[in-house]
Design a protein around this ligand. Structure first.
Ligand code: DGP
Length: 133
């Protein structure tokens, strides 16, 4: 897609530190290393986000992300990792080409992905009814 920075990386129109590539996807280092070894896995075909992508592509990308995570963790001597995909602005998405973040983790303080405890404040029955309807 024109004007998509990740399409340009996929098409080799602009450089990226590509660490893996196959027919469907590629993985490259995030320009802004939120943690050491921060990597993005993207489909070569343009989809705005995970919900727009077809199931086969999503499945393939997550399998690749899993394999790369193991080698990144081992080679970078990470203690853990986060794998996530942001969908839409409210969730922090800034590039509207589906991508999976691999974030190797070294200590708890370097990055905040916080789940605040609301266990006494949310009516689970109501949430359940809404999701299941
Ligand atoms: P998100 O906020 O989830 O949409 O993540 C987008 C990521 O893409 C963000 O961590 C920075 C990274 N990024 C943006 N532009 C470029 C670029 O031109 N090259 C590389 N390698 N990464 C980029």
């Amino acid at each position: 897609m024109d004007n998509c920075i990740f399409c340009k990386i996929a098409n080799k129109d602009i450089p990226g530190k590509i660490i893996y590539e196959d027919d469907v996807c590629l993985a490259f280092l995030d320009l802004s290393q939120a943690t050491y070894g921060h990597t993005l896995v993207i489909p070569k075909k343009h989809f705005a986000n995970i919900l727009e992508a077809d199931d086969e592509t999503v499945a393939h990308l997550f399998v690749v992300a899993k394999k790369l995570s193991a080698s990144i963790m081992s080679n970078c001597h990470a203690n853990g990792l986060n794998i996530l995909t942001n969908t839409d602005e409210v969730a922090g998405q800034s590039v509207y080409h589906f991508h999976i973040h691999i974030l190797p983790r070294y200590d708890k303080e370097e990055l905040t992905i916080e789940f605040t405890d609301h266990s006494n404040q949310t009516n689970l029955d109501e949430v359940y009814e809404k999701i299941m309807k």
